[in-house]
Design a protein around this ligand. Structure first.
Ligand code: ADP
Ligand code: MG
Length: 498
C-alpha cells in the first residue's frame, strides 16, 4: 500500500480507488453486426440495421470480439468462464436506439484476475503491487450525441453504436493517484501487447470510470462516487486528487458523501454531480432473449491461449535474465509493445550481422537503441515507428562498431548521416573516410608525439598519477580525429608508459 494520505483538519485520510476501464475491442466489425468500426468515419456511415435497432433485427455475436476478450482475460491470469450470458440493461437515452444495452451482469465472460503495477520510487510506489481485477464483461457501446452544432438541435452519430467494449473492473485495491495511473498504463500496455484494444485514449478507445472513496486509516470502506469517462492517465490522477479532497472537506464539514455519478471538468479541474447512482435493479436487467448463452470449447480456448504473445512482465524478466540487460533498459524496452518489437528485430539483425548469439550482442543493441537512436530521433521529432533508420540499418552500423571498423564515437556521427540521408552505414563510412585506424605504426607515431609534447605529465603518470592515462588516450584520439582504434591506443600506450 502507498503512504498517500490526504491531510484534513481531523487528521489523515486514506484514499480507496477502483477503476472500471472501458476498452474498445480491436475488430473489423461490431459486437452483434457486421458494420465497420473504423475511427473518424463520416457520421452515420457505419451503421447496420441492427445498430440502428430497426424492428425485427436480430443480433449475431461476433466471434472475434469474444476471442479478443478471452485472450485479454488470459493475459491478466483471469478465470475464463466457459459459460456466460448476455443481459439487457434497460435505460432510455437518445444515443441508444435499442432502449437497452446488451451487456453482461450476472455471468461475465471473464472472472477474477490481476495485474502487477511496478515499483516506482519517484512516483511514490515503493514496491510492486498486485491489483485485483474483479471481472471483464463484454458489452455494446452507445452512439454519440452532439449538442453544440446548432442552437436548437441535437444530432446523433450511430457509428459507435454497437461497437464491442470490454469493461475491465478492478477491485478497490488502488490507494493513490500514482498507483491508479500506473494501473491504467500497465493495463493499456497489456491490451496493446495482446492486440485486443489499441489503447488510444485520445480517440476514446479506452476510458475509465473512476470510483473514489476516503476513510480514516483502519476504518471500513467509505461511500464511493464514480466519475465517468475519464480519457487520459493524467485526468484519472487529477480526478482522484480533487475528488478525494472534496470528500474529505465535505465529511469534515459535517456532510456525507452520497453515492453518485460525477463528471470531470478538466478546465476547472473539478468533478461535479451528474446524477444519483443507479442500482442494478433500476436497469431491470434480464437475459437477452435474442441471444444464446456463450459456450466456449477446448479448441477455442486453446487457440486463444496459443495466440498470446510474450507479455511485458515475462519479456522484461527475460531481457534481464537471459539477455543480461540492466533493469532500467529491460523496463524501458518492454513498456510499449512497439519498442519491444523494434528492439527484437534489431537484436535478430545484429546477431545475424555479427555471427554471434543474441545474448552476446544484446547489451550493445539495447544501449545503442536507448542512448543513441532514441535521443537522435527525439532531436528530429520522430518516433521509433517512424524511424528513418530501420532495425536492419541499425544492425549494419553496430556490426561496424563490433568488428572495430569504427569507434563508438564515430558511430554517433554515422547515425546522424544515416538519419539525414537514409544511406547505409558502410557507404557513409567509406564516403566520409571515417574508418577507424588500427594500423599500429600510425598510432604509435601519434603516441610518441603526444608523449614528447607532455614530458611533465609522463613523469607524473610514472610517479603514480594513474588518472592521466585517460588524458593520453584523449590526446592521441584527438590527434587522429577520433578514428583510432581505442583498444590499440590503450595497448600501445601501456607498453610505452610502463
Ligand atoms: P457499478 O457498475 O455499479 O459502478 P461495478 O461493480 O461495475 O459497479 O464497479 C464498482 C467499482 O467501484 C469497482 O471498480 C470497485 O473496485 C469500485 N469500488 C467499490 N467500492 C468502492 C469503494 N468503497 N471505494 C472506491 N471504489 C470502490
Ligand atoms: Mg460499472
Amino acid at each position: 500500500m502507498s503512504n498517500y494520505r490526504i491531510q484534513g483538519e481531523t487528521g489523515e485520510w486514506e484514499v480507496v480507488i477502483g477503476l472500471e476501464v472501458h476498452a474498445q475491442v480491436t475488430s473489423q466489425a461490431k459486437l452483434f453486426s457486421s458494420a465497420a468500426t473504423q475511427f473518424g468515419a463520416e457520421p452515420n456511415t457505419q451503421v447496420s440495421l441492427v445498430d440502428a435497432a430497426m424492428p425485427g433485427m436480430l443480433p449475431v455475436v461476433n466471434r472475434e470480439c469474444i476471442r479478443q476478450a478471452v485472450r485479454t482475460g488470459m493475459a491478466i491470469d483471469a478465470q475464463i468462464n466457459r459459460w456466460s450470458r448476455f443481459d439487457r440493461k434497460n435505460y432510455f437515452y437518445a444515443d441508444l436506439p435499442q432502449g437497452y444495452q446488451i451487456s453482461q451482469l450476472y455471468h461475465p465472460l471473464v472472472g477474477e484476475g490481476a495485474l502487477t503495477i511496478d515499483a516506482d520510487e519517484k512516483a511514490g510506489i515503493p514496491e510492486a503491487r498486485r491489483i485485483g481485477i474483479e471481472r471483464i464483461h463484454v458489452e455494446q457501446d452507445a452512439g454519440k450525441l452532439m449538442h453544440d452544432q446548432h442552437p436548437t438541435m441535437s444530432y446523433v452519430d450511430l457509428n459507435r453504436s454497437g461497437v464491442a467494449l470490454m469493461e475491465i473492473v478492478s477491485r478497490p485495491d488502488l490507494t493513490s493517484p500514482a498507483e491508479a495511473g500506473a494501473y491504467v498504463r500497465k493495463l493499456r500496455s497489456i491490451l496493446r501487447y495482446v492486440g485486443s484494444c489499441d489503447g488510444n485514449m485520445e480517440e476514446g478507445s479506452m476510458r475509465a470510470d473512476v470510483n473514489v472513496s476516503v476513510r480514516k486509516p483502519g476504518e471500513e470502506l467509505g461511500t464511493r462516487t464514480e466519475t465517468k469517462n475519464v480519457n487520459s492517465v493524467r485526468f484519472v490522477m487529477a480526478v482522484i486528487e480533487s475528488e478525494a479532497r472534496r470528500q474529505v472537506d465535505l465529511i469534515e464539514d459535517g456532510g456525507a458523501v452520497v453515492q453518485e455519478t460525477r463528471l470531470y471538468d478538466p478546465d476547472r479541474n473539478e468533478t461535479r454531480s451528474m446524477r444519483s447512482k443507479e442500482d442494478a435493479h433500476d436497469y431491470r436487467y434480464f437475459p437477452d432473449p435474442d441471444l444464446l448463452p456463450l459456450e466456449l470449447d477446448d479448441g477455442f480456448l486453446a487457440e486463444c491461449r496459443n495466440s498470446l504473445p510474450e507479455l511485458p512482465d515475462a519479456k522484461r524478466a527475460r531481457y534481464e535474465g537471459e539477455l543480461g540487460l540492466s533493469a532500467y533498459n529491460a523496463n524501458a524496452l518492454t513498456a510499449e509493445v512497439e519498442t519491444a518489437r523494434w528492439f527484437e528485430e534489431l537484436l535478430g539483425e545484429t546477431a545475424a550481422a555479427q555471427g554471434k548469439p543474441e545474448k552476446d550482442v544484446a547489451k550493445q543493441a539495447a544501449n545503442w537503441l536507448m542512448s543513441e537512436l532514441l535521443g537522435a530521433l527525439n532531436k528530429i521529432g520522430a518516433s521509433l515507428d517512424a524511424s528513418p533508420v530501420s532495425p536492419k540499418a541499425g544492425a549494419e552500423l553496430l556490426a561496424l562498431v563490433g568488428e572495430g571498423t569504427i569507434s563508438g564515437s564515430i558511430a554517433k556521427q554515422v547515425l546522424e548521416f544515416m538519419l539525414e540521408t537514409g544511406d547505409g552505414a558502410t557507404a557513409i563510412v567509406e564516403r566520409e573516410g571515417l574508418k577507424q585506424e588500427s594500423d599500429t605504426g600510425a598510432i604509435e607515431a601519434e603516441i610518441d608525439k603526444v608523449l614528447e609534447a607532455n614530458p611533465d605529465k609522463v613523469e607524473q603518470y610514472r610517479g603514480g598519477k594513474d588518472k592521466l592515462f585517460g588524458f593520453f588516450v584523449g590526446q592521441v584520439m584527438k590527434a587522429m580525429q577520433g578514428k583510432a582504434n581505442p583498444q590499440v591506443i590503450n595497448e600501445l600506450l601501456k607498453q610505452k608508459l610502463g
